[in-house]
Design a protein. Structure first.
Length: 136
C-alpha cells in the first residue's frame, strides 16, 4: 500500500481530517525516561474517523554537545521504535493508533494502551534531550 507525501490531501477512503482534527502530515512527539530525557517523533500517514496511522521518524539535532542537546523532528523514517514495537528490518513500519482528546482538548495518540501517548506538536518545535554520553 503506497502512502502520499506528507501533507498531501487525501482522496477516496483516505480522510483528510478526523474528528479530532488530526490530518495527514501532522507531527506527534512522545517523551520518556527517568534519569534521561528521550523524544520519539511520529508523522501521520493516514487517518480514519478516530485513528491515525503513524510512521516513526528520526530526530534531527539542532544543537549538540554537553549534558543537554536540542532536537526537532526530521523526515527520515526511524530504523526502529520501542514505543510502538517497530524493530529493525520490519517490513511494516507504521502503526494504526487510537486518537483521544488530551490536555486542554489537544489531540493525543495512544501508542501503547495505558503506557505511552504522544502529543501533537508543530513543525520546527525543539525539545531538550539528555546529551549523548551524559546518562547513567
Amino acid at each position: 500500500m503506497g502512502y502520499r507525501k506528507f501533507g498531501e490531501p487525501g482522496k477516496g477512503a483516505y480522510a483528510v481530517e478526523n474528528k479530532y482534527g488530526v490530518k495527514v502530515g501532522d507531527l506527534f512527539a512522545a517523551h520518556y525516561g527517568y534519569d534521561e530525557t528521550h523524544y520519539n517523533f511520529y508523522r501521520v500517514v493516514r487517518v480514519t474517523a478516530t485513528k491515525a496511522e503513524v510512521l516513526p521518524v528520526r530526530a534531527t539535532y539542532v544543537q549538540q554537545g554537553g549534558p543537554s542537546e536540542t532536537v526537532t523532528a526530521g523526515y527520515e523514517p526511524a530504523d526502529y521504535d520501542v514505543l510502538i514495537g517497530v524493530n529493525r528490518g520490519d517490513v511494516k513500519r507504521t502503526k494504526l493508533c487510537t486518537v483521544k482528546e488530551g490536555y486542554k482538548g489537544q489531540p493525543t495518540i495512544v501508542l501503547r494502551s495505558g503506557q505511552h501517548w504522544a502529543h501533537k506538536v508543530e513543525e520546527g518545535d525543539t525539545f531538550s534531550v539528555t546529551g549523548r554520553g551524559w546518562g547513567r
